[in-house]
Ligand binder design. Sequence first.
Ligand code: AHR
Length: 620
Amino acid sequence: TLTIDPTGKGASIDDTMYGVFFEDINRAADGGLYAELVQNRSFEYDRADNAAYTPLTGWAPTGGTLDVVDDDARLNERNRRYLRLGLPAGVINSGYNSGINVEKGKRYDFSAWARTDQAAGTPLEVGLTDPAGKDLAPRVKVQVRGDGWTRYTGTFQARESSTTGRLLLTGGGTGTLRLDMVSLFPHETFKNRPNGLRKDLAEKIAALKPGFVRFPGGCLVNTGSHYGYDATTNWERRRSYQWKDTIGPVEERATNANFWGYNQSYGLGYFEYFQFAEDIGAMPLPVVPALVTGCGQNRATDDPALLRRHIQDTLDLIEFANGPADSTWGRKRAEMGHPEPFKLTHIGVGNEENLPDAFFDRFTQFRAAIEARYPDITVVGNSGPDDTGGTFDRLWQLNREAGVEMVDEHYYNSPTWFLQNNDRYDRYDRNGPKVFLGEYASQDNRFSNALAEAAYMTGLERNADVVKLASYAPLLSNEDYVQWRPDMIWFNNHASWGSASYEVQKLFMNNVGDHVVPSTATGTPANLEPITGAIGLSTWATAAAYDDVKVTSASGQALFADDFSAGANKWTGTGSGTWAVVDGAYAQSDATAQNTLVTAGDPAWRDYTLELKATKRAGS
Ligand code: AHR
């Protein structure tokens, strides 16, 4: 029995309640959301990023002599290595996944920095080819002139499609040609921003209508060496993520070792994150390191000068986001094309901190400095790597005692846990810090997971006076470079598809209420009538018996849904189980199926959606 009080008013729900958490994990940035198609464009891949890397990873010679050099002829101090060709010579880049995705009729923008020691110049021919060397577009030809670094550009007009494209560069004549920052972008990016984002992925995120974007990590943020910072060279691999490394001209952004075992270019940097959040109408929510290495590592910096610098960097970040265009850091934002402020209101300090007291000591210093200068900014505290235990309790105690406004919680649990803990926040102190559920997911990508998450989210929403922000994690995964699953959106070099969890997130984010309508439920749903007999997934999926089967509830039954009339057998998993009718909808107790790309390039492929409610075709 559901009892609803239509006149009662429960908690108000903020428009920003549901958001996304972007972390550069699973190649979510390079080879993912960041639209650059050339892998290792600046020849900075290094063994320190991944033992399998060399400076030529992603590249292969096609003739002549070539080597990667770090000497005084470098492009700049932060982009130290370059490719040296003994002419005539050539080199080819194979992009990410199976190669560069090229679509017939579309344009692709090439650019490279180059210099030549030949007084008369050096011809450079650039091809967009298939692996066998066949051209997919007319070639771009440039004449490199002068022995100083100059940027050269050209545009390809594709006359054929391929998911295995290659970028081929051939230098003619004799002498030495130097190349760096060899780049290829789809001409069309999300909102056509320069140095922009891959359209299909950005559009999938935008379609969620997220209230906020938490970025850039995760463990990515608070790990790495904080100890080797050298103010002179200003660079060391495996530094923690530091926002100042990620802004300004892309050729001056050093690459870094990513916590997740690859190289990150920072082409997708803080300006681009802020711009993206603005473009999709979401509140930006950056997270900065607190100089305590969480995520299983247990070290806290005891270097006061380093701590002071990071605190200053955080103040500078706020100025970069919100400061007037004539302030030091606001000017840098303006120079990058955004004189107006980005309207930053929240900032996270730390992530999954394992050393509660050490962290809280540093956090307190960050918070005091931020609040003194920017009293309107909410500084988000941390509650440790998971949702229970000594660290969690201690951090909550410290946060509570210090009157911290909002605390970040993370947990990854089984679907059963999510179904059983719907009431978690019913018990939270109404007068304590608010909750930012910065990361959560049930541990798989099946429909049953999505439904458990949906059920759980009703509990978040019921407690919207305490839970102010919530984001599923992680957001993106390139299927060929997976460090973590489940993930919300999957992709390869030419396609992307939302998991069932994506559809649940979309449903909630697209339908944020104004306030909770109080209700109570008792008893077992009386109208759960099991359908017996052989209603196997493949039978009814192909039989097109139902126009539109949608989900109404996960109350003890796992459910799943689709428009089956559209096609056959696109699900993985057999989906056999007991079916039940729930308020006219069809439910299955073993929802093992999941959204997946069944056959890469299958023209019948499409993005399945999970919706609510069901209709049954007359007579079936
Ligand atoms: O979301 C993936 C990882 O999970 C994040 O980097 C980290 O914060 C958590 O452990």
